[in-house]
Design a protein around this ligand. Structure first.
Ligand SMILES: NC(=O)c1ccc[n+]([C@@H]2O[C@H](COP(=O)([O-])OP(=O)(O)OC[C@H]3O[C@@H](n4cnc5c(N)ncnc54)[C@H](O)[C@@H]3O)[C@@H](O)[C@H]2O)c1
Ligand SMILES: [Zn+2]
Ligand SMILES: [Zn+2]
Length: 392
């Protein structure tokens, strides 16, 4: 499907505004089960909500963890997963003034209301009401769902987004207006992986020209952090992955050296220290594994090394560090969504992608029709894809 729905943009109301929409969605009925394509009902947006028509969506590792039900407390079924997407506004609820029908938008799982103490602070990107919350499965307004089966059974929301559906309803704080000239297919990457990786390199690490970097886990999130480091002029970018096939794409985004821990006799941090005269300036953990986090920490230079944690760790294990190790001057910090304030920062990221400061060409490795979503899950599970773009 293309994105040229501009013919009807000038009328302020769509035919479907205020009505329930029947459409297709990929519904998860239990942990690890194949998603089922179902005809569902999507209610109109309520106050400060937006209903969007999803045109593209892709699968992030965080969807995979939720699909597996790795963290039992997060389980809620039936559910519509998905949080990386791009689409067009179908209608807006009462009080929404920054968007209208026909606008090109991307959803964000970590919202920005713009008014709370957190949104007003420049020290955090967590919004009081709309921050990422993996335990939340209903809308803030009324604690209800906007999705239901044909028989009226409620279907739960996921991560403020639920993009594996032709139509979805989000809080307006979780929807960002994007330049209509930007290619919407690639803009879907800004919804999660690219913004998280770029933001980690720019907002958190503030990578400097000539510095050295190590990226642990070369999925789309890790490669986005590498791309952010490359754009800042890092001179050495070491990629670490247990799947050597990831090195092909890694090279294309400017990674200069590769290490597969399986090929090494000693812990990978020792090799990194050897390659860099004592350790890298910045390391990024993008694998979601506590042992990897420890290697990332020890692979940085003492005195000033900074480790940025992006990986989501579903296991109950605690941080694998002794407190005294922090006296060597290595720091560690976690980030959600690369510390981006989505509504404020994403339009700017979109412009940088359009100007070629950031290159998104390597991230979409596969494209499939929406109906083949289970195949797309398998590609990610098998480590064959970075992002498989599903066309709705
Ligand atoms: N903090 C955030 O805001 C945020 C946003 C998006 C994703 N995430 C998380 O970031 C992580 C990466 O997401 P993704 O979509 O790029 O995942 P992905 O599955 O595409 O990539 C993960 C990569 O890690 C590699 N890996 C696995 N175990 C490893 C090990 N022991 N050593 C080295 N490499 C290893 C895999 O081979 C794979 O290439 C996930 O944990 C995801 O949940 C966090
Ligand atoms: Zn994600
Ligand atoms: Zn807020």
């Amino acid at each position: 499907m293309n994105t040229s729905s501009h013919e009807d943009v000038n009328s302020t109301q769509s035919d479907t505004a205020g009505k329930v929409i029947s459409c297709k969605a990929a519904v998860l009925r239990g942990p690890g089960q194949p998603l089922v394509m179902e005809e569902i009902q999507v209610d109109p947006p309520q106050k400060m909500e937006v209903r969007i028509k999803i045109l593209y969506t892709s699968i992030c590792h965080t969807d995979l963890s939720a699909w597996n039900g790795e963290n039992e407390a997060q389980r809620a079924f039936p559910r519509i997963l998905g949080h990386e997407a791009a689409g067009i506004v179908e209608s807006v609820g009462e009080g929404v003034v920054d968007m209208r029908k026909g606008d090109h938008v991307v959803p964000i799982f970590n919202g920005e209301c713009g008014h709370c103490a957190y949104c007003k602070s420049d020290k955090t990107n967590l919004c009081e009401k709309f921050r990422v919350n993996p335990f939340k499965s209903v809308m803030v307004n009324d604690g209800g769902t906007r999705f239901s089966t044909k028989d009226g059974e409620p279907i739960f929301h996921f991560l403020n987004c639920s993009t594996f559906s032709e139509y979805t309803v989000l809080d307006s704080a979780c929807v960002v207006n994007i330049d209509p000239n930007a290619p919407l297919n690639k803009m879907s990457l800004l919804s999660c992986c690219v913004s998280s990786g770029l933001g980690a390199a720019w907002n958190i690490a503030n990578v400097q020209a000539g510095s050295s970097v190590a990226i642990f886990g070369l999925g789309a999130v890790g490669l986005a952090a590498a791309e952010g480091a490359r754009a800042r002029g890092a001179s050495k970018i070491i990629g670490v992955d247990i799947n050597s096939e990831k090195f092909i794409k890694g090279r294309a985004v400017g990674i200069t050296d590769f290490l597969n821990p399986k090929d090494l006799q000693n812990p990978v941090h020792e090799k990194i220290r050897e390659l860099t005269g004592g350790g890298v300036d910045y390391s990024f953990e993008c694998a979601g594994n506590a042992d990897v986090l420890r290697e990332a920490f020890l692979g940085t230079h003492d005195g000033w090394g900074l480790t940025v944690l992006l990986g989501i760790h579903p296991s109950p294990r605690m941080l694998p560090l002794h407190p005294m190790e922090l006296f060597d001057g290595r720091k560690i910090v976690g980030t959600i969504f690369g510390d981006c304030k989505g509504k404020t920062q994403l339009p700017h990221f979109a412009k940088q992608c359009m100007r070629g400061v950031v290159n998104l060409d390597e991230f979409i490795t596969h494209e499939l029709p929406f109906e083949k979503i289970n195949e797309a899950f398998q590609l990610l599970i098998d480590g064959k894809s970075l992002r498989c773009l599903l066309h709705l």
